[in-house]
Design a protein around this ligand. Structure first.
Ligand SMILES: C[S@@+](CC[C@H](N)C(=O)[O-])C[C@H]1O[C@@H](n2cnc3c(N)ncnc32)[C@H](O)[C@@H]1O
Length: 239
């Protein structure tokens, strides 16, 4: 029964996203993400990261679904960043730059966040929004599919936020591991592992001797009822 509710929730979100996209594509309405961008840029919150997050969250709660990590899980992401205090942080999947802002505002001055986004449109919008937040000095946004960009990364990471397409979490994590892009004790923070029933990913991080993994049950972004969860895994390089 739980799985049925989850599937219905997911189907509803996907159908709404497709309808919204088609209507915007044919000029019936503005693209939802353009509406959010305009709201952010006109809201008078220049250099005010919290004001920008509030504007996006208000839209997500009251107007239409947005696939940002959202406020509840966003606070868990920030807590994990503060606990780890990473020097090099990597984010896969940027969308509007919402989670980038949540990460960036908790980084020490000598730390850097590299974020990879596949969509040209979202890449451009996120650059405007993060720039508006005033936090872009420590931000390195890259455009492209994660699997194509990862091999060109010349850094080892202490923290990785996985939030791109769900069928790519596992293969991209394995690529990072095999290319030795993960520092010892690197934290891998994976969103939406319940919403998308990510059994293959969970089975890997929970059963591999290279990872110690814990699960936190949450609601999905912008819902008070629909279940979701995050998996936080710590990499043990020498196991
Ligand atoms: C859930 S949204 C990211 C939300 C963002 N992390 C936040 O919380 O504000 C997923 C994003 O991943 C991007 N994406 C999907 N597949 C990707 C891939 N293979 N590489 C990079 N980005 C990808 C999508 O275009 C979309 O913008």
């Amino acid at each position: 029964m739980k799985n049925l509710y989850r599937l219905l929730d997911l189907t509803k979100i996907l159908i709404n996203e497709v309808i919204d996209y088609i209507a915007s594509y044919f000029g019936v309405k503005k693209f939802k993400v353009d509406t959010v961008k305009d709201l952010v840029l006109k809201s008078g919150n220049k250099n005010n990261p919290q004001g920008i997050l509030d504007t996006i969250d208000f839209f997500g709660w009251n107007k239409a679904f947005l696939m940002n990590i959202g406020d509840e899980k966003g606070l868990l992401l920030e807590k994990a960043i503060i606990e780890k205090n990473p020097k090099h942080c990597l984010e896969l999947g940027v969308y509007l730059g919402y989670s980038s802002i949540r990460i960036l505002r908790n980084l020490q001055e000598d730390s850097i966040l590299t974020s990879i986004e596949a969509s040209n449109k979202y890449y451009e919008i996120s650059k405007e929004i993060v720039s508006h937040s005033g936090l872009n000095n420590q931000w390195n946004p890259l455009r492209g599919k994660a699997k194509n960009v990862i091999p060109s990364l010349g850094e080892k990471y202490d923290f990785v936020f996985l939030d791109h397409w769900k069928d790519e979490y596992l293969s991209d994590l394995k690529t990072m591991k095999s290319l030795e892009l993960l520092n010892d004790k690197a934290v891998i923070f994976a969103d939406n592992v319940v919403l998308f029933n990510m059994e293959d990913y969970l089975s890997y991080v929970r059963n591999s001797s290279f990872f110690e993994s814990k699960f936190i049950s949450t609601k999905r972004e912008y819902s008070k009822t629909q279940p979701d969860g995050i998996e936080i895994s710590t990499f043990n390089k020498d196991d």
